[in-house]
Design a binder for this molecule. Sequence first.
Ligand SMILES: Cc1cc2nc3c(=O)[nH]c(=O)nc-3n(C[C@H](O)[C@H](O)[C@H](O)COP(=O)(O)OP(=O)(O)OC[C@H]3O[C@@H](n4cnc5c(N)ncnc54)[C@H](O)[C@@H]3O)c2cc1C
Length: 320
Amino acid sequence: MNALDTAAPPSLEIEFDAPIPTWFGIGGKADRLARPRTPEQLAECLRLDPNLKVLGDGANLLVDDDGISELVVILGGPRFTGWTIDGTSLRAGAGANLPKLINETVRKGLAGLESLGGIPASVGGAVIMNAGGAFGQIADAVARVHALDRQGRPVTLERAQIAFDYRKSGLSNLVITEVEFTLTQADPVALRERHLEVMAYKKKTQPMADKSAGCVFKNPTLTEELTLEKLDPAAGQATPFEVHRAGSRVSAGMLIDRAGLKGLRVGGASVSPRHGNFIVTDAGARARDVIELMDRVALGVFARFGVTLQPEVVIWRRTR
Ligand SMILES: Cc1cc2nc3c(=O)[nH]c(=O)nc-3n(C[C@H](O)[C@H](O)[C@H](O)COP(=O)(O)OP(=O)(O)OC[C@H]3O[C@@H](n4cnc5c(N)ncnc54)[C@H](O)[C@@H]3O)c2cc1C
C-alpha cells in the first residue's frame, strides 16, 4: 500500500484491517474501511479508491475469508442515516435502516413500504437489490434516487430512468446517497395489521433467527417446461403432476427442497431445514464452506431438473 492510498481529509478516518459486519457473521476483513458522513467525504473516498465497495446492512453479503483490498465504506452520520417526511413524500439517506423507516411510515399511516416488513436492509442496499418478496418490491415506492458516480459527481435518476427488475436495479456502478419515495395516505390501523401480517408470514416461512443472507439464489426463470410430482401435504404423498411452463419463474427454494438438498452441510454451513434457499452458518463456519455448499446445491438442482441457479447473495472476493 503506498502513501497516496492512505491520504485522506483530516476528518475522514481510515481504519485498517477492519472487520466487515454481515448477517452471515463470517468472512474476512477490509484492508481499509471509512465511515463518510457527508457527500463531500464520500467523494473523497471515491478519489482514494474509485472501485470502493459500499457496505449497507450486510444482509445480502458474503465476504470471502481472505477479505478485500478495495476501500469499504459505511455511510454514517445523520445526513446518510436520517430521513424527512413531508406529506406523502419521504426522503431517506441511503444508510438509513429500512425496518426502522418502515415502522415510522406505518405509524404515520403512510403506505408503500409495509410490504417489505421483516427484510433487513439499509435503504441503499434495498434499492440496489430491489428488495422484495411475495408482497411487493421497493421499486414500487421509489420516486427518485440520488447518487455519486465513481468520479464523485452527483447524479439524480427519476424512477422511469431506472431499469428495476427482479432483485436488480442496474445501479450497482453508483453509490446511492439518498432515495425519495412516494407514499400514499392509508388507514393506520389497517396498515399496521398489514405490516404485522407480512412480518408474521416471514417468521413462519423463513429461519429469521439464524445467521444467513436471506435467499442465496434467485428464483430462476425456466427456459424449458418443468414437470414435477405434485405434493399433496394433506395426503402426505405424491399426487399427479404440476407443470411449470417455459418462461415462468419458479421458487429456487422449492427446487432445492425437491432435489432433496435441505439439511446438506459443508463445514459450518448448511441448507436450512426450514427454507431450502437459506444457507445458515454456525459459529466457526468459513465463507469457503458457504461457497462450496452453494456450488453443491446448484449442481444438485441442475443434475435433478436441468435448471441453473444464479446467486442472489453478493460475494466480495480479494482481487489483488
Ligand atoms: C433473514 C434475512 C431475510 C431476508 N429476506 C429478504 C427478502 O424477503 N427479500 C429480499 O429481497 N431480500 C431479503 N434478504 C436479503 C437482504 O435483506 C436484501 O438483499 C437487502 O436489500 C440487502 O440490503 P443491505 O443494506 O444489507 O445490503 P448489503 O448486503 O450491505 O449489500 C448488498 C449490495 O448492495 C450494495 N450497496 C449497499 N448499499 C449501497 C449504496 N448505498 N450504494 C451502492 N451500493 C450499495 C453493496 O455494495 C452490495 O453489492 C434477507 C436477508 C436476511 C439476512
